[in-house]
Design a protein around this ligand. Structure first.
Ligand code: ADP
Ligand code: MG
Length: 365
């Protein structure tokens, strides 16, 4: 039950590499925040600094307005759930969950109440007498979460809790975590993952990190619909957004882009006169293409199909165009009788296009 404020937070490990550069972030009580980003970008480091397991090199971390940089982990009111469940193998599920309260010398009746309440929330009641080895991976991870819940922390931290589970269990346990969030609306939760689907489905707000920097903070659909830069645009969404090199022809009430010598498109975007003539990057999501132009302002791209990936529910076409070396990917629902080597014309409505400057920043923000 806590607000968190990070101000100019930095992390430099002993080998003097700056792993987190200048993190500024406000987290409100009851929010479910997801830190997402590629492997090695600093997610776990940031989480461990919040928990107190790792020193903060510079800047401040406040919990409910109090600077806690020098407060030891046990006194921060935070509970952390790891990828490896770290259960005690010789203790029953009940004892695993009760252990931290027994150490804290809470009274027996209260411990029993907390353990049973957490077990009920996580659907672990039938398993309380079992040893961890007699549980599935998903159930073990729920015990690890239960162990955190009984302590009634102000903040829950999760570091890739689903990474060790197979695909089906990952989906089921993800739903459990979403349900848990509904049952504990007062609790602040921070969840680390490299998986954009987990981030999109669980987060109230996503914090997208790369290389020790925050690229964007926002609601999942905000990042999908209004990515702040090319990095965010390519990280959120699968397959990734196509990025085509373009030149800004003319600015005015609309922006006219030259895609190649014969193709241009008008975007509903007003830019400064000084942008005229500059190189830019046009973003088109694979799922925003249609097979035929539906609007007079559609951008039209054609080429030859280099690969087809039939997924059943959808088909991905990788198209070789004259525009650049990378293949353009288009995604259409269902199954199509179109093969490698066939010509394919693609259209995309101007309102769905994203325009980024040469440095990667989104022009419309
Ligand atoms: N104890 C450490 N000492 C030195 N470098 C570390 C240490 N822990 C992590 N790093 C480095 O910090 C960077 C970020 O790591 P980490 O926070 O684990 O990333 P993520 O969780 O996003 O995969 C990586 O380059 C990693 O090698
Ligand atoms: Mg990590």
């Amino acid at each position: 039950m806590a607000d968190l404020t990070l101000t100019n937070v930095k992390k430099v490990y002993a080998n003097s590499v700056e792993v987190l550069r200048d993190i500024n972030l406000d987290i409100k009580q009851g929010e479910f925040i997801v830190f997402v980003g590629p492997s090695g970008c600093g997610k776990s480091t940031l989480l461990r600094m919040i928990s107190g397991l790792e020193d903060i090199s510079a800047g401040t971390l406040e919990i409910d307005g109090q600077v806690v940089n020098d407060i030891p982990p046990a006194l921060r009111g935070i509970a952390m759930v790891f990828q490896s469940y770290a259960l005690y193998p010789h203790m029953s599920v009940y004892d695993n969950m009760a252990f931290s309260l027994q150490i804290a010398k809470e009274n027996k009746a209260n411990i029993d109440k907390q353990v049973r309440k957490a077990a009920e929330m996580l659907q672990l009641t039938p398993y309380l007498d079992r040893l961890p080895k007699a549980l599935s991976g998903g159930q073990r991870q729920r015990v690890a979460i239960g162990r955190a819940i009984v302590r009634r922390p102000k903040v829950f931290l999760f570091d890739e809790p689903l990474s060790n589970l197979d695909a089906a269990l990952r989906v089921a346990t993800r739903m459990e975590i979403a349900a848990l969030k509904e049952k504990m609306p007062e609790s602040t939760m921070i969840y680390v993952t490299h998986d954009q689907v987990e981030a999109m489905t669980l987060a109230d707000r996503i914090v997208l990190l790369s290389n020790g920097n925050i690229e964007q903070v926002g609601a999942p659909l905000e990042l999908y619909e209004q990515p702040a830069n090319v990095f965010v645009a390519k990280f959120i969404g699968s397959p990734a957004m196509n990025i085509l090199p373009v030149t800004i022809n003319k600015v005015g009430s609309q922006t006219n882009l030259a895609i190649d010598a014969t193709t241009s498109v008008n975007l509903p975007l007003q830019l400064d006169k000084k942008e005229e003539g500059k190189k830019a990057q046009l973003g088109i999501r694979p799922e925003d293409f249609t097979m035929t132009a539906l609007h007079k302002n559609d951008v039209l791209i054609s080429g030859e199909i280099a690969f087809v990936e039939a997924l059943g529910e959808s088909t991905l076409f990788h198209v070789k165009t004259e525009l650049h070396d990378e293949l353009v990917i288009a995604k259409f629902p269902g199954v199509w009788d179109i093969q490698r080597g066939d010509a394919l014309a693609l259209a995309a409505p101007a309102e769905k296009l994203h325009l980024f400057a040469a440095d990667g920043n989104n022009y419309s923000q």
